[in-house]
Design a protein around this ligand. Structure first.
Ligand code: DC
Length: 217
């Protein structure tokens, strides 16, 4: 059997992790696992079912009856493809809130570890190198200034024709950075053995090539 390779990519919102991870997965013909989408799926379900994330009993019951999986790169929640629905700022906020809850992390981290056990994967998130796949063969920590990340997000939303305000996008990103980095459980932090890549001013291809070269070294 071929050797299994696991690649962990962590970093703050908007650093370009998923775009790069998808490109690397394609080039290496391995699976891409978007762990942020899993937290978004939980956030999505709490909104759809009108569940207060602070209601521990309701959250526990909901999680017990929840199935999350990927099919051809799409996130599947209880059998339904919700890939498009979860890409909104409201879901991002709710996902960040849910991601601080022990019951949520316990369930999702267990699933993520299973996904990284049987085959080669590239997984992106906040705690992959430190917690989900501490033995990953390759670890990268992608950053970019908050202003650059806000600018990318602003342009993406504006291109979709949404009425957006740059200052609002920047302040949302700063708020989410703060809660992702200061939460008690597995906060966003660079793993000691991860290679840091500051993508400010770098294009998608530059970063993808850099990672592929590191892996092929
Ligand atoms: O990467 P994203 O924006 O899709 O992630 C949504 C939220 O989920 C984000 O606020 C942080 C959280 N998250 C996490 O806590 N751990 C992960 N491994 C991935 C995401």
């Amino acid at each position: 059997m071929d050797q299994i390779i696991r690649i962990a990519i962590d970093g703050p919102s908007g650093a370009g992790k998923s775009t790069i991870a998808k490109a690397v997965a394609r080039a290496m013909r391995i699976d891409y696992i978007d762990t942020g989408a899993m937290y978004r799926a939980v956030g999505y379900k709490t909104i759809a079912q009108n569940i207060d994330p602070q209601d521990a009993a309701a959250m526990r019951a909901m999680l017990d009856g929840t199935e999350i999986d990927f099919s051809q790169g799409n996130i599947i929640l209880d059998g339904k493809n919700i890939n498009e629905e979860i890409r909104t700022d409201a879901i991002a906020k709710r996902a960040s809130q849910c991601s601080a809850l022990p019951a949520v992390r316990e369930k999702l981290v267990q699933l993520q570890r299973q996904m990284g056990q049987m085959k080669s994967v590239i997984m992106d998130g906040r705690d992959i190198g430190n917690n989900v796949l501490p033995d990953a063969e390759y670890k990268f920590f992608m950053t970019a200034s908050a202003e650059e990340r806000a600018r990318r997000r602003y342009e993406e939303l504006a291109a979709k024709g949404q009425d957006v305000n740059y200052q609002q996008v920047l302040s949302d990103i700063q708020q989410r950075d703060h809660s992702d980095m200061t939460r008690e459980l597995n906060p966003l932090r660079k793993a000691p053995d991860a290679m840091e890549i500051n993508t400010t001013g770098m294009g998608i291809e530059d970063v993808t090539d850099f990672i592929l070269k590191e892996i092929r070294k």
